[in-house]
Design a binder for this molecule. Structure first.
Ligand code: CA
Length: 406
């Protein structure tokens, strides 16, 4: 069991001593800097680190307006920091000099926590890929021949990754239904969400060197919630043959809090199985490589889906190994999305495309029939995982509201 923190209300909040996610915050008139969340508070790390010798080397990294400097320091420093924060927030002896640097989360502004390098999005759920295959290509096999041999992905647009709470403007673009003679231009009429997890690279790798699946934790700093907003009508017309482009690049929202990989030590679980076909050697994993994380999709204030991350076919370690197998290097701040998390059951589907089966089978949220997103809709993705202290930790929420097209 992890000991409790002296910070009131932190025990049982999902943000106890066994979690300690990092974010970037600011108070009125002050510069943005790194903080760690405990209960409903954020601890301003730099000034506290300056008080204590063991962590003083970290203070400068924590004064930066993103996590990148800290993340680039590497796993030994991440471990040192976590041990030190656990002691400072766990031992009553530190209370008097630390408490003045705690601020209610409600009183601070939260910023994009990471300066995002390259952003790659995968397609790791067999249930999601099969559902989308059936909806987009009803006359073909749902999975394309490559799908079980490699984690399919595409490069997204890092410059439009935004922090939770940022409004999303309905995108415009070319749309053409199969029955239309020619495309038209206008606001997307099939705007959607994709409930995903995101993984953040802390330590990069040089070009020419592959990252092995066993080295996930050497390079990966932590995990964020991620909503890959998707305009299905724009996507369906543009995606052949080179994949998603403008149907995805207008906005991707991540949580304000980055959960360190160490906080997920109790969440690792076996993958559902990759025996048929067997994967190539560079994609092999030893031991539990999946994550037991529960996701909730909230639309109009109502939970409309509960996708289970443990059902994902490809693991984060395999996605990282595949990204570098051609010799591509990694950079601090690189972000990769898991792809939509969908389980085998209807109520476990992580997109409205699947929940409404391409718009043909409306579902109900807050007493109304729904298919795709309407202007004014607010979507929140929530995530929980087993914590190392026996309870559950709550990853950062991912929220966004749809504004009308300009
Ligand atoms: Ca996606």
């Amino acid at each position: 069991m992890t000991a409790a923190s002296w910070v009131d209300g932190s025990a049982g909040s999902g943000f106890g001593l066994d979690h300690l996610p990092y974010g970037v915050f600011s108070r009125a008139g002050e510069p943005a800097r790194v903080g760690v969340r405990i209960g409903d508070h954020v601890l301003d790390l730099a000034p506290v680190a300056e008080l204590g010798d063991p962590a003083s080397a970290l203070a400068e990294a924590w004064r930066a307006p993103s996590l990148n400097t800290f993340m680039a320091m590497g796993p030994e420093h991440w471990r040192t920091a976590r041990r030190w924060i656990t002691e400072v927030l766990g031992d009553e002896a530190h209370r008097e000099r630390t408490a003045p640097h705690l601020h209610p989360v409600a009183d601070v502004e939260l910023h994009l926590p990471v300066e995002v390098g390259d952003y790659v999005d995968f397609y790791a759920s067999e249930h999601h890929a099969s559902n989308v295959g059936r909806i987009f290509r009803p006359d073909q096999e749902p999975l394309l021949p490559n799908w079980k041999h490699l984690p399919v992905g595409y490069h997204g647009r890092s410059g439009t990754v935004v922090v939770s709470g940022t409004d999303v403007v309905r995108p415009c673009g070319q749309r053409k239904a199969p029955t239309d003679d020619r495309p038209t231009y206008g606001p997307s009429q099939r705007l959607d969400i994709e409930a995903e997890l995101g993984f953040v690279v802390g330590v990069g790798s040089p070009m020419g060197r592959r990252v092995a699946t066993a080295d996930l934790a050497r390079h990966t700093f932590g995990v964020v919630g991620l909503n890959d907003w998707s305009a299905r009508d724009i996507q369906a017309w543009e995606y052949v043959p080179l994949g998603p482009f403008l149907g995805k690049s207008f906005a991707t929202t991540i949580s304000a809090w980055v959960t360190p990989l160490a906080a997920l030590d109790a969440a690792w679980t076996e993958l559902p199985g990759q025996d048929d076909p067997e994967v190539l050697d560079y994609l092999r994993v030893d031991g539990p490589a999946g994550l037991d994380i529960e996701v909730e999709v909230v639309l109009d204030g109502e939970v409309v889906a509960r996708p289970p991350y443990r059902t994902m076919y490809w693991s984060p370690a395999q996605m990282l190994a595949h990204t570098t197998v051609n010799g591509a290097g990694l950079r601090t701040g690189d972000l990769w999305g898991s792809g939509t998390v969908s389980g085998p059951e209807r109520h476990q589907r992580g997109s409205l495309l699947e929940l409404s089966w391409g718009g043909k089978e409306p579902f109900t949220a807050a007493g109304r029939e729904r298919t795709f997103l309407e202007d004014g809709d607010e979507v929140t993705l929530r995530y929980t995982a087993p914590g190392t202290g026996g309870g559950r930790i709550r990853l950062g929420d991912v929220t966004g509201r749809i504004l009308p097209a300009p």
